[in-house]
Design a protein around this ligand. Structure first.
Ligand SMILES: *Cc1c(COP(=O)(O)O)cnc(C)c1O
Length: 353
């Protein structure tokens, strides 16, 4: 037995590490990244801007300018509090740190894996309520689970990853009303979705909204935000490590996020491409494509595993799901720009050719 084996908490030893496949020279269509980088015509100005940052100093601890930039970009009302995280993943973890030992975290299955993973890190109980066959919330089962499990925290990805749909708005309202749990509406895909719970923060004291800039073109900056009432955010902010948003992220986001028009128009391009990919893939016998309010498509195929391998050999990375899980016959494709989507379409057509 190695030192670490006998030293480590056994439940951590048993966790499967979060696996990120190597993407060298691959067309990345697996992680909901945006295909749009820093625009060529802005690169010099961007470099000049970040070169002025004082990397010998700690960053602005409250990141005030960045907060203002995000409020402006996302239309966050002045009287709401904003808590910044090193990616929204960090904020999911921070919320689990606020729980007491023995507390339960609830979410749905299938949904974003980080909710369960973070519950395990913090030694909390995780309950994943199964979604129905259309990947919608089973309200009765959920209300029953709330009664019996008494969760402290409920994560609802809205729209949901990896299924792509947005759950029924009124069903979610009912869930929020029925529980003392803090309900976290994870709106990572807000830019591609029709509705948001942001303004409902005024109506429910137990509601917070989680967002990220990862899915709108800035995954590399690692920046997420939790929005809630001022009182809620003020207390949760005590759990944030000082200086968690590094200076290069702060200045880069301040520069890049001010261009809100470009962000909106890039999202439009992706949504158009999403519609086109949906139509084209739906024409291929053997594939069932699910409606999406995100920048990815969930696709069912009896050949999911071999299709994924075939695409990989052609240099395209998409997401598959573990054998033995509900989604083993599914793939998830991140929508990219037209040129890349066409390469994908050609490869899939060849596969079924
Ligand atoms: C991608 C994703 C996140 C992670 O966002 P980061 O800000 O990159 O950590 C959070 N929630 C959901 C539902 C996601 O799909």
């Amino acid at each position: 037995m190695t030192f670490i084996d006998q030293w480590l908490r056994s439940d951590i030893r048993n966790i499967n590490a979060y696996h990120v496949p190597s993407a060298k020279n691959m067309l990345k269509m697996d992680a909901m990244e945006s295909p749009f980088g820093v625009p060529e015509e802005l690169k010099d100005e961007f470099l000049e801007y970040i070169s002025r940052s004082e990397v010998n100093r700690y960053p602005d601890a409250s990141a005030e300018e960045l907060q203002a930039t995000l409020r402006n970009l996302m239309g966050i009302p002045k009287d709401f509090g904003v808590l910044l995280g090193n990616g929204s993943d960090e904020l999911i973890q921070l919320l689990s740190l606020a729980c007491s030992s023995g507390d339960s975290i609830m979410s749905f299955e299938p949904s974003f894996v980080m909710y369960e993973l973070v519950s395990k890190f913090a030694q909390l109980n995780y309950h994943g309520i199964p979604l129905d066959e259309n990947f919608d919330i089973d309200l009765n089962a959920t209300l029953l689970a709330i009664k019996t499990k008494k969760p402290k925290l409920i994560f609802i990805a809205y729209p949901n990853n990896p299924t792509g749909n947005a759950f029924d708005y009124d069903v979610i309202r009912e869930i929020i009303q029925s529980t003392d749990a803090l309900v976290v509406l994870d709106e990572a895909y807000y830019a591609y979705s029709e509705r948001s719970f942001l303004t409902e923060i005024d109506n429910f004291s137990n509601l917070v909204v989680l967002r990220t800039i990862s899915k709108i073109g800035f995954a590399g900056l690692r920046l997420g935000l939790l929005v809630g009432s001022e009182e809620t955010i003020e207390q949760l902010n005590k759990l944030r490590l000082p200086y968690n948003i590094n200076i290069l992220t702060q200045v880069s986001a301040n520069f890049l996020l001010k261009d809100s028009q470009r962000i909106v128009s890039n999202a439009k391009i992706i949504m158009n491409e999403r519609g086109r990919l949906y139509d084209e893939l739906s024409l291929i016998p053997g594939l069932t494509v699910y409606p999406s309010q995100t920048n990815f498509l969930l696709v069912k195929s009896d050949n999911a595993k071999s299709l994924l391998e075939s695409l990989k050999e052609s240099g395209i990375l998409i997401k598959g799901f573990a054998i033995g899980t509900q989604l083993e016959n599914f793939i998830r494709i991140s929508v990219s720009e037209a040129k890349e989507n066409n390469v994908l379409l050609e490869c899939i057509k060849d596969y079924y050719g």
